[in-house]
Design a protein around this ligand. Structure first.
Ligand SMILES: *[C@@H]1O[C@H](CO)[C@@H](O)[C@H](O)[C@H]1NC(C)=O
Length: 215
């Protein structure tokens, strides 16, 4: 039986190696090659000799998203798909526009923490912690205010001001992923059996079927 302090040292060393592997890039860049069909926990790198300035460039975040939709908000993402130079760098950005009383519905980013900065308007924001507490943190933000949604937690925003609102979200992944709770649960393909959802949400099956028809 190895001595415990040796085991701890080995554990600490391997943990730091794992963390180093997760946070350190091994090249200056890895511009995504969208034509490559092979995936290596992300997108394959383009030949560096073919990389050019525009691979690190995106234009148009000054343009407001169209909020004429049932939720009254629009996310304009600038992830590795839109800006290939972000590939492997663990960072991305998005613009979010909100009509008056528009919401960005409850959702999570499975791979990213989000820092939200309000550029214009007044937003109510909130997130809920994991089980068993499910504590709801909620705050009203004004222009210039910054709020963080910790990685993986369900969060939302609502425009509670008189005019349109605009925010910029910074995310700690080039591909943060989005799971919109209602759409994922009631709008999956194929459906989750209504019996499962009726029990989970304490609803009558006819209401579950109605909700499923809406998504
Ligand atoms: C915004 O979206 C709505 C609904 O899809 C559409 O009718 C409208 O033409 C769009 N407006 C603009 C300026 O693109």
């Amino acid at each position: 039986m190895a001595n415990p302090s040796f085991c701890l040292t080995v554990l600490a060393l391997s943990l730091s190696l794992v963390l180093a592997a997760a946070t350190t890039t091994l090249q200056d860049f890895c511009v995504a090659d969208p034509t490559e069909k092979v995936l290596v926990n992300g997108l394959v790198c383009k030949d560096p000799k073919l990389v050019e300035e525009n691979d690190f460039f995106f234009s148009g975040l000054d343009i407001a998203g169209n909020t004429t939709n049932p939720v009254g908000s629009k996310v304009t993402p600038v992830f590795a798909t839109q800006l290939p130079g972000l590939n492997t760098l663990g960072i991305s950005i998005a613009r979010i526009d909100y009509a008056p009383w528009g919401i960005n519905p409850p959702h999570t980013h499975p791979r990213a923490t989000e820092v939200l900065t309000v550029l214009d308007g007044t937003l109510e924001v909130g997130f809920v912690t994991s089980n068993p507490e499910n504590r709801h943190f909620r705050k009203v933000l004004q222009k210039g205010d910054v709020f963080v949604f910790p990685t993986g937690l369900i969060h939302y925003q609502r425009n509670v001001g008189y005019g349109n609102a605009v925010a910029i979200a910074a995310l700690s992944s080039q591909n943060p992923g989005v799971i919109t709770i209602a759409n994922a649960v009631f709008g999956s393909t194929p459906d989750i059996d209504s019996d499962v959802l009726a029990k989970a949400f304490l609803l009558d099956k006819t209401i579950v079927n109605y909700l499923q028809s809406k998504f």
